[in-house]
Design a protein around this ligand. Structure first.
Ligand code: F6R
Length: 616
């Protein structure tokens, strides 16, 4: 998804912008560009290129120096193909204004037609170039005023950073729905769509809210209301992510590093949330908890991998506590006229905290009076700020586009939250006792080691990946708590290997997918022996064997029965069924990773995917 950086200060701006953009590469992009202004130049220096940043950097040999103001962008195409012409920044009709933009201007076609009637000529197919022309049309020496007027004409959502060739001493930015963060330095200031781009330079940040307009100078940050122009007082926050954390740390890919960080992520979650055998959620106020106790139903709302976490949550609450719950994908929830009101809790699960559909679902739930809770990884993200309460997953920055450690962190928080509800909610299942909560907490505390043990099977996974690397179709089967694991295993494989994979509830096999099974068909069966549907999974495995399918199983260590029925087996340590998805997904992440590497896929930035999906 698109990324923005802006800089003003004493350093050479171009290297600062390029480094910032490098830190945003993980979001996924198809082209990149910068526009800068020297202290005495009367023209912008602009460089743009399709493809990776290396293509852009190749254009920057011998560029002018003494440039201290600039904006940069990585684009993920929405309007118009990935191309140099469509890459940002875009300039106005006479090259007076340059801007970068994240988001979508919904009425851009009519604005473009209007500007064309006034003689404007466009070089790209983008909505962003229309915005640049519009700002320039309203510009008569006062950039702030021009931006305000132009915004009044636009519908949609955006984050803009704008500079004028008339004034190298400042940069303006504004936002509605799309994120922007200011990085505060000494004698310099930064702006970016994502904290990662600021990490090399500063840890002091100002989070911007919707409809704020920001003026950045070397030595000052001023925030205004976008509509009225009145000054707004903002506070500076300190972030504790460091640059090393966002580096690969010796692993070949971010994804592999993140898979191996999972024991630490789970350990950190437990350390932060379980104190003296009690679950502690500091961020939940007494008032919020009081309302939680009156809730009749819980809805998990999320997308993609985070949706699979919601499905696991649904089993945790439904099965263990007997609390009515439902998991829905955000894009359905927001448009289905959801049956939620003040008696419902809506839990939004999101790594980025910026996913457009999940944000819209949150706003819909709030509008209907529901109590809301966000389970979010990125601190200070829009969903984290707008929900009634937030539980951060603290998985650290997840750079690989395919989510791994954030998923485990989501499952951990949901498991803890389920136990927490089991302890406090008056309508919980009768047999959810303190003793049961203690047992689950004990089992949870064993997970970091158990994940480490599971990761030791990497070589075994590699052998299987070598055998299956050329397969184009995979089936994943699971039941109950591990039906979502089947979906997640299949999603991981699709995302990074580009092979087709389909996850099913194993009981559905007979109702169609069984037609696919022959001696060429790999079927991954998730069959932990602690599951109450274990025998049923074994029957599914027998059915696959009877049709000569290739059985790959995930089962509990020591289960010789399933091992003997499988061509390849990945074993996980024994744990409670409720917690088994936290272990069972790990070999499936590794399998997808290994097959992708063997097929030389771009593991960390798979084609067509974006880390943070801020458009619908
Ligand atoms: C898959 C993946 C996506 C995200 C989904 C939601 O590996 O990363 O399916 O899970 O786009 O994103 P967030 O969690 O940021 O809302």
């Amino acid at each position: 998804m698109c990324g923005i950086v802006g800089y003003i200060g004493e350093r050479e701006a171009i290297p600062v912008l390029i480094k910032g953009l490098e830190h945003l590469e993980y979001r996924g992009y198809d082209s990149a560009g910068i526009a800068c202004l020297g202290a005495r130049s009367s023209k912008f220096f602009v460089a743009k290129e399709k493809g990776k940043l290396s293509e852009l950097k190749a254009q920057l040999n011998g560029v002018p120096s003494n440039i201290h103001l600039g904006i940069g962008h990585t684009r993920w195409a929405t309007h118009g193909q990935p191309s140099r012409a469509n890459a940002h920044p875009h300039l106005g009709q006479n090259g007076v204004i340059a801007l970068v933009h994240n988001g979508i201007i919904e009425n851009y076609a009519e604005l473009r037609a209007e500007l064309e009637r006034h003689g404007h000529k466009f070089k790209s197919q983008t909505d962003t170039e229309v915005a640049a022309h519009l700002v320039e049309r309203y510009y008569h020496g006062n950039l702030q005023e021009a931006i305000q007027k132009a915004i009044q004409r636009m519908t949609g959502f955006f984050a803009f950073v704008v500079i004028s060739r008339d004034d190298p001493s400042r940069l303006f930015a504004c936002k509605r729905s799309n994120p922007l963060v200011v990085g505060v330095g000494h004698g310099e200031n930064f702006i970016a769509s994502d904290i990662s781009a600021l990490l090399p330079y500063t840890k002091q940040v100002i989070y911007l809210e919707d409809d704020e307009l920001i003026e950045l100078r070397c030595d000052a940050v001023t925030v205004f209301d976008l509509q009225t122009g009145t000054r707004i007082k903002k506070s500076v926050s300190r972030i504790n992510w460091n640059v090393e954390k966002a580096q690969k740390g010796g692993y070949k890919h971010f994804m592999l590093k993140e898979i191996y960080e999972q024991p630490e992520v789970v350990r950190n979650t437990l350390e932060a949330r379980v104190k003296k055998g009690k679950i502690v959620f500091d961020s939940l106020t007494q008032k919020w908890i009081h309302r939680l106790k009156q809730i009749d139903k819980i809805h998990f709302v999320s997308c993609g991998t985070a949706y699979h976490a919601g499905l696991v949550g649904n089993y945790m609450l439904g099965e263990s506590l007997r609390l009515p719950s439902e998991a829905t994908v955000s894009s359905e929830f927001r448009y289905e006229d959801p049956a939620v009101d003040e008696d419902d809790l809506v839990v939004l699960i999101t790594q980025s905290g910026e996913t457009a559909d999940t944000l819209a679902a949150l706003r819909e739930a709030k509008a209907r009076g529901a109590l809301t809770l966000a389970i979010v990884n990125v601190v200070g993200s829009t969903i984290a700020r707008e929900a009634d309460a937030v539980l951060y997953t603290h998985a650290g920055p997840e750079i690989g586009v395919a989510s791994t450690k954030a998923y485990l962190a989501q499952l951990m928080i949901i498991a803890l939250f389920s136990i927490f509800i089991g302890e406090i909610h008056p309508a919980r299942k009768k047999d959810f006792t303190q003793a049961k909560a203690r047992t689950l907490l004990k089992e949870l505390s064993r997970l970091p080691r158990q994940i480490e043990e599971t990761l030791r099977d990497e070589k075994r996974v590699e052998v299987c990946a070598r055998a299956l690397r050329e397969k184009k179709n995979f089936i994943y089967l699971g039941r109950g708590y591990n039906y979502p694991t089947a979906l997640e295993g299949a999603l991981k494989l699709k995302e990074i290997t580009y092979a087709h994979a389909h996850g099913y509830a194993a009981g559905e096999m007979k109702h169609g997918p069984i037609a696919l099974i022959d001696q060429t068909q790999p079927v991954i069966c998730i069959a932990p022996s602690t599951s109450k549907t274990y025998e049923k999974m074994v029957s599914n495995i027998e059915e696959i064997r009877a049709r000569k399918g290739i059985v790959i199983s995930v089962t509990t260590r020591g289960d010789e029965n399933v091992r003997s029925l499988s061509k390849y087996t990945f074993s996980i340590p024994e744990t409670q069924e409720m917690l088994s998805p936290i272990l069972a997904v790990v070999p499936l992440q590794l399998l997808a990773y290994k097959i992708a590497v063997l097929n030389q896929r771009d593991v960390d930035q798979p084609r067509n995917l974006a880390k943070s999906v801020t458009v619908e």
